[in-house]
Design a protein around this ligand. Structure first.
Ligand code: GLP
Length: 276
């Protein structure tokens, strides 16, 4: 059914919802731009309701239009992020804030696209240059335990039909236990291929990442995905076996807190599996 508008959206966009037995809402919009704009509206509504929200920010291509929308809203005075606290979802290791030395780095990305334009004063960064990454993981985990996350903004990683691995959330790769907390993660070949061959990055295969357990503790989880490839990852996450082989499938364990904002191309990969 085609519906008009989500409650908290800044503008009214046409969308429809896909029903899923575990996930509270799967909202489908015609284009990536509209999807991102709608997700921005949802987040703006949540921040207006809770100006001190603790928010985890994913990085990557998917969330760029979302962050542009949020930055525009902040600039126009439609939302105030200044009292919120920002949190890292994941980071390459080793990796520092110098964009010339680490052009793939998430800390530089977050400073440039999120923390500065949104006027976030309390940015809790993962230190990708810590001499002891295990200790840095522990430090970050304590930080998250002390400041529970209100909103976690996520993307989803690629899935390989051939390898039957993928669909990470943060950098939790296939095989990561669902109860894992912040940890050092070695990247899966599917992710390494994406980073090195498809994106031409010279990024390391080691990372620091919030664990699935940390993500599931967030009060609200908002995941964005566009395009057929991400639709295949979602197909596995939403209809495959729940377990560590498909890390994003764990979201179904806390599906009442989860909203997906996806475009029509991603939704096309789900429709074959749907009981509408
Ligand atoms: C990235 C990050 C995640 C992100 C996901 C999807 O590498 N580790 O935080 O959500 O993989 O990225 P993209 O949106 O670029 O496809």
């Amino acid at each position: 059914m085609l519906t008009m508008g989500l409650e908290a959206k800044t503008s009214v966009l046409p969308y429809y919802e896909i029903e899923h037995p575990e996930i509270s809402r799967i909202c489908v919009f015609p284009t990536p731009e509209e999807t991102a704009q709608a997700a921005a509206g949802e987040i703006i509504g949540l921040v207006r309701a809770n100006p001190h929200a603790n928010i985890t920010y994913a990085t990557g291509d998917t969330v760029i239009p979302l962050y542009e929308s949020l930055a525009k809203a902040a600039k126009e005075g439609r939302v105030d992020f200044s009292q919120t606290s920002g949190f890292h979802l994941d980071e390459y290791y080793p990796c520092g804030p110098d964009i010339n030395e680490y052009p793939h780095g998430f800390v530089a990305y977050l400073r440039q696209r999120v923390f500065a334009p949104l006027g976030i004063k309390k940015a809790n960064e993962m230190n990708g240059l810590a001499s002891d990454p295990e200790a840095e993981a522990k430090r970050y985990d304590s930080l998250l335990s002390a400041q529970p996350i209100d909103i976690a903004i996520l993307g989803i990683g690629p899935w390989s039909d051939e390898e039957q691995t993928g669909c990470h959330i943060a950098f939790n790769e296939s095989g990561t236990p669902i109860n894992q907390r912040v940890h050092v993660q070695i990247l899966d070949p599917v992710t390494l291929m994406r980073d090195r061959q498809e994106r031409g990055q010279n990024s390391p295969d080691r990372t620091l990442t919030q664990g699935i357990a940390n993500i599931l503790e967030a009060r609200r989880i908002i995941l964005l995905a566009y395009g057929e490839k991400k639709g295949q990852s979602l197909r596995e996450a939403l209809f495959g076996e729940i377990g560590s082989q498909r890390p994003a499938s764990a979201l179904r364990l806390k599906g009442h807190k989860v909203t997906l904002f996806i475009d029509e191309a991603a939704a096309s990969q789900l429709k074959k599996k749907l009981i509408l």
